[in-house]
Design a protein around this ligand. Structure first.
Ligand code: G3P
Ligand code: CA
Length: 276
């Protein structure tokens, strides 16, 4: 297990996923896979993230009409597929017929929307995942709701020590904590938040293990508070080298990027100089 991670706000709660990371003491997280290079939230993007030696792959999960967890970011299909309308109105077999790669490049024509189950099978024993539960898919239903469906799949595929669950939905995180207290969770601060210490208090009410935020939300008081309490801070989405360096210097535990290859170079340079 990589112990250097301990110096960057990493508490015991995320120790298992640390064992899958490289030796930089910092988490390089491929946002929707290496999505600068291949269509987001698809197997080609995940494969590229693995080749670029990302420590974690972030992906978004929502539910189909027949309650199958699938990996997809938007509520609607049109931006990243040849379909239209709401994902949640489609049965899984209907989504299988859509093309989720051609919008990005004809090289990826024929790429399908992945089922979470298939990604878990692929990742098990190989790479850790940050599974973001889409807020729109969270309902009051517990049995057969998205949280329980994801939890069952994670356990079935022996991935409990290889996942972090994140969400903008506090309700989803509380539920996850109730049913699988050993799996780390991270609270995505609202995009409208100014990065005050209230975000930390909210996270505590969900009993979450970490905070996800934008670079502008890494405000001094909040960062002091999380550092003092050894709370991991995950920062999204940074593709610019100068901004990556700045965010690392401010103490991020990890960065979500569409360009894990670039982050790898920047992180190794900055961490070497910064820790001198
Ligand atoms: O989890 C970080 C980031 O993925 C949250 O924003 O819109 O890219 O899902 P979004
Ligand atoms: Ca996401």
């Amino acid at each position: 297990m990589n112990t250097t991670a301990g110096s960057r706000f990493v508490n015991h709660s995320i120790a298992p996923v640390s064992s899958f990371q490289s030796a930089q003491g910092f988490f390089n997280i491929a946002h929707r896979g290496a999505s600068f290079y291949a269509p987001e939230n698809t197997f080609p993007a995940f494969q590229k993230a693995l080749e670029m030696k990302a420590d974690l792959i972030e992906l978004d999960v929502t539910l189909t009409r027949d309650k199958v967890p699938v990996v997809f970011h938007d509520e609607k299909l049109h931006r990243t597929t040849n379909g239209k309308g709401d994902v949640q109105n489609y049965f899984e077999r209907e989504l299988n017929e859509l093309d989720a790669g051609n919008w990005f490049s004809s090289e990826y024509k024929g790429t399908q929307i992945p089922r979470l189950e298939d990604v878990l099978k692929w990742a098990s024993g190989t790479i850790s995942l940050n599974i973001e539960i889409k807020k729109e898919a969270v309902t009051t239903a517990q049995k057969n709701g998205i949280v329980d469906c994801i939890n069952e799949l994670v356990i079935e595929h022996n991935m409990s020590e290889q996942v972090i669950i994140s969400s903008f939905s506090g309700e989803a995180l509380r539920r996850f904590r109730d049913i699988s207290p050993e799996i780390p969770t991270a609270y995505l601060i609202s995009s409208y938040s100014f990065g005050t210490t209230k975000a930390y208090q909210l996270m505590k009410t969900m009993n979450a293990s970490g905070l996800n935020m934008k670079p502008r939300q890494m405000r001094k008081k909040l960062m002091q508070l999380v550092k003092k309490n050894k709370v991991p801070v995950w920062v999204y989405t940074v593709d610019d080298a100068d901004e990556m360096a700045d965010v690392i210097k401010k103490g991020a535990t990890g960065i979500f990027t569409n360009r894990p290859d670039l982050l790898r170079q920047v992180a190794s340079r900055v961490l070497k100089n910064h820790q001198k």
